[in-house]
Design a protein around this ligand. Sequence first.
Ligand code: 5GP
Ligand code: ZN
Length: 114
Amino acid sequence: MDCLFCKIVEGEIPSKKVYEDEYCYAFEDIAPIAPVHILFVPKKHIGGACDITAENSAVVGKIYEAIAKVAKEKGLGNGWRVVSNNGPDAGQTVFHLHFHLIGGRPLGVMVSEE
Ligand code: 5GP
Ligand code: ZN
């Protein structure tokens, strides 16, 4: 399968690793929008949030455990945001489920009116 984030998980495409466990891999976003901008992906390919099912949903809890741990390690005690874009209206550009951890500055409103 020609999937960018599968290739990053496999190490075929280089990335700046932040965290890794049995279930998930986390790395710095190539175009950060805040001082901390980390992507968390399941190691096993899931196309997006719309493909989460009873069979594969446990990994989402594991990813959130990792997010909370990394947010603490990065000193984001003042607040942080998790974003997961799903589908064209949300601006999803990579079709491998991922969670953006964003923080390190005041983040403003969650959804712009544009
Ligand atoms: P989406 O727009 O699908 O929610 O998020 C995809 C994210 O992947 C974007 O924030 C984009 O900057 C990031 N991205 C795209 N290509 C690469 C890459 O090759 N390496 C890394 N580290 N991030 C990437
Ligand atoms: Zn993939």
